[in-house]
Design a protein. Structure first.
Length: 109
């Protein structure tokens, strides 16, 4: 399946717009605190462990979005947008990180 942030596919003709599709992933913020407690690989302010978890969450959201597109009979998703949101739960500082992928499911020839 082709996935693209653009609204067209170079060299392809879009024949049908199937609709908007999304994929979501929510990760507990406690996971991040646990990661930071044991991190040994911070270099220059970056954390390889933290970045790895964020990439995994993004990959899951994109995979869910593509699965929904396939269910609609699409063979591509265009106009993809990725959003990262921090969701606070209560006043105790606990929270969740939500990663959302959205785009338009299309068929092309």
């Amino acid at each position: 399946m082709i996935v693209s942030t653009t609204n067209h596919l170079e060299g392809k003709q879009i024949t049908d717009y199937k609709g908007v599709v999304t994929g979501e992933t929510i990760i507990g913020a406690n996971l991040f605190r646990d990661l930071f407690a044991g991190i040994r690989d911070i270099v220059g302010g970056r954390s390889g462990s933290y970045e790895k978890v964020l990439r995994e969450a993004k990959d899951i959201a994109l995979a869910e979005m593509q699965d929904k597109a396939r269910e609609l009979g699409a063979n591509a998703v265009i106009g993809i947008d990725l959003d990262y949101e921090n969701i606070q739960i209560g006043s105790g500082g606990g929270g969740m990180l939500m990663v959302t992928a959205s785009g338009t499911a299309v068929s092309y020839v």
